[in-house]
Write a new protein. Structure first.
Length: 301
């Protein structure tokens, strides 16, 4: 049977604190013996790693949590990465401690107010809830990143727009203003975007001064429903964000028939791939602006 301290370390990506070792019955002498045998390595005061464990971001995060002491938790970018929210990749180590605690680790944040439900465990890691993460995220990233994370959380039903708006309205913590800005500019009642590239397309449209398009707009033609990713109905201008998984070779015939029917009804459909939206923003801006001007001229003639 695996020793208790090994089980603890395994659940923490190979990291373990001196307090946890002592609680598992590992004496000072045994700890020295494990270090001498190359099983355990001290990385900082009171924090150890299991030799041979993966030197990845999760282990680094656990080392920061253990160095932070009792009550330390992942927050901000670290919490967003743990929840796998769009816009924030693993790599940052943002550690928070509750009010009244003095941070033991450089860079650790003492959080002013912790409400019931703000702190949870996700995949075994102490962290802020999704709502609290979105609230704090704007203190370290810009509003475009916060918007991407918000749309992701709504899409995955980790939060709902009404409760998130209530949280943002009541909060006075750093980052709350950024979240309020993101939610205020979001069209009332709009469904979440269906992917991160779709969120980024909305941001591109906003960058060139266009109003936010209608999302997942339904057109009914001859009794059939056709759903468009984005639409400005007054101009009969639509945008589709394509991917191979959704619009693969097997779908070509159906896609062309669908597009023909919509365009014969007077719509202009502009199509971008997800790669274009992510890696060629200027090209998307150029084509979208041209399409907007073309449809505007057609409407006002």
């Amino acid at each position: 049977m695996q020793e208790e301290w090994l089980q603890v370390a395994a659940g923490q990506s190979g990291a373990i604190s001196g307090e946890q070792l002592a609680a598992a019955g590992v004496t000072v002498g045994r700890k020295r013996a494990l270090a001498a045998a190359g099983v355990l390595q001290k990385v900082r005061r009171g924090v150890y790693v299991l030799v041979g464990s993966d030197r990845d971001w999760r282990r680094t995060l656990w080392l920061g949590l253990l160095a932070g002491g009792d009550g330390a938790f992942a927050c901000r970018r670290s919490a967003a990465a743990l929840w796998d929210l769009d816009g924030v990749a693993p790599g940052f180590v943002d550690i928070g401690v509750p009010p009244g605690r003095h941070p033991r680790r450089p860079g650790t944040v003492r959080v002013g107010t912790i409400l019931v439900g703000d702190l949870v465990r996700h995949e075994g890691v102490p962290t802020t809830s999704v709502a609290r993460t979105l609230l704090d995220l704007g203190s370290v990233v810009d509003s475009r990143v916060v918007e991407r994370s918000v749309e992701c959380a709504l899409r995955r039903r980790l939060v709902d727009a009404a409760s998130l708006s209530g949280t943002a309205a009541a909060a006075r913590s750093p980052g709350a203003g950024c979240l309020r800005q993101v939610l205020d500019q979001r069209p009332a009642g709009a469904p979440p975007t269906e992917s991160d590239p779709e969120t980024r397309f909305v941001q591109i449209a906003r960058t060139i001064g266009l109003p936010d398009p209608r999302r997942q707009f339904v057109v009914i033609l001859r009794g059939r429903k056709y759903r468009l990713d984005f639409a400005w109905p007054a101009l009969r201008l639509a945008v589709e964000i394509d991917s191979i998984s959704v619009h693969g070779p097997d779908r070509l015939g159906a896609d062309l028939y669908r597009q023909n029917q919509i365009q014969l009804d007077g719509w202009l459909i502009v199509r971008f791939t997800r790669q274009m939206v992510v890696y060629d923003q200027r090209g998307v801006e150029r084509d979208l602006r041209a399409a907007w001007e073309l449809r505007s001229l057609a409407v006002w003639r």
